[in-house]
Design a protein around this ligand. Sequence first.
Ligand code: HEC
Ligand SMILES: [Cu+2]
Length: 361
Amino acid sequence: METNKPGRGFWVTTAILAVISIAGVLYFWLMPSVEPWLPPEGGHPGDQVDWLFRFMSSTAAVLYTFVVGYVIYFAIAYRLRRSDPPDALGVQVHDNAKLEIAWTVVPTLFVILLSILSIKIWYVLQIQPTNGLVVESIGRQWYFTFRYPNVNGEVTDAMHLPVNMPVTLNLTSNDVIHSFWVPDMRLKADMIPGMINTIRFTPTRVGRYQIICTEFCGTGHSTMDKQTMVVQSMPAYLAWYHDWQQRNAHVSNAIPTVSSGAISLAGGDAAAGRTLFSQKCSACHALGPFEQRIVGPGLRGVLHDESHPELVDGDEATPADVAKILQNGYTGSMGHMPNQAENGLSNNDIANLVAFLNTLK
Ligand code: HEC
Ligand SMILES: [Cu+2]
């Protein structure tokens, strides 16, 4: 007589699946030493995020192994055999209250457990107030800028932080949706125009960590991975901080607007313009010939190229006309050149940039 009691094959299969599951669990817990495909975590709660990741992955490894393993085993063990009549029916089983309660209650409890563990970490990451440093980061096409307490204007090079100091990071965007991602810190949050997303963390390891935009934000999106989060000792951080305080001492904190009237170009500083260019323009402009396009044209010959006596807007190539394009922007056949407000430029920045562009022969 046929029976639905599991036989020897079932228990052998169970033993094999148990061994595979244990290997899966061990893999996820020992992974950093087995095969480090995640960078070592650089801060808190990145360590907790990793713990949760391992916990979820190892549990999923066990579930997956048993579900798929049994499906394959049963498909083979209870297949239609050649000796069976073609209309043979398998053993018909109806209702097993104990089993059904178990497979409802156990996963439910488990999902609740996962929610509790996730919410605890989310609370630390987004809600729990901390003392320490408050930094703002603003996503722009196609770079990030940073604001620090008591530093005027924006820091444009990198995001510096002292090690072991809690940080509250407020994120927003100047134009389209970007997403701020620091894989080493296990931090990721969208930067949305008109909205502030807050994340809190404490870097615990000195080093340089890549900041990547992970939301497609236009043609230059793929270049938005050049800036870093620099975690350093307190003295080194303070030296950098005081340097930026001085550097930006005369920068206005007002939200940049498009100024009215012509901008005075007197006293433009080409060296300052070069630095600014690498931060705010090089995503769209190469310093090569006009034909060398990224988004906009190459700018090497913009003021001294006989073969291009006119600017894209049809005006003569003079410093005042270049300044006018930087001030008002220009949309032509190549696309959109952002205006002064969109590029976050002060009048002084424009004078510096024009002085720099004038040095390119
Ligand atoms: C988002 C991309 C983008 C950014 C950022 C950008 N530009 Fe442009 N720029 C353009 C485009 C596109 C054009 C050409 C517009 C057209 O004619 O269609 C242009 C045109 C120009 C021109 C005119 C060139 C010519 O030969 O007539 C100058 C000068 C210029 N940009 C300077 C700058 C400077 C300086 C910065 C940095 C503050 C900057 N741009 C930032 C996209 C950009
Ligand atoms: Cu972006």
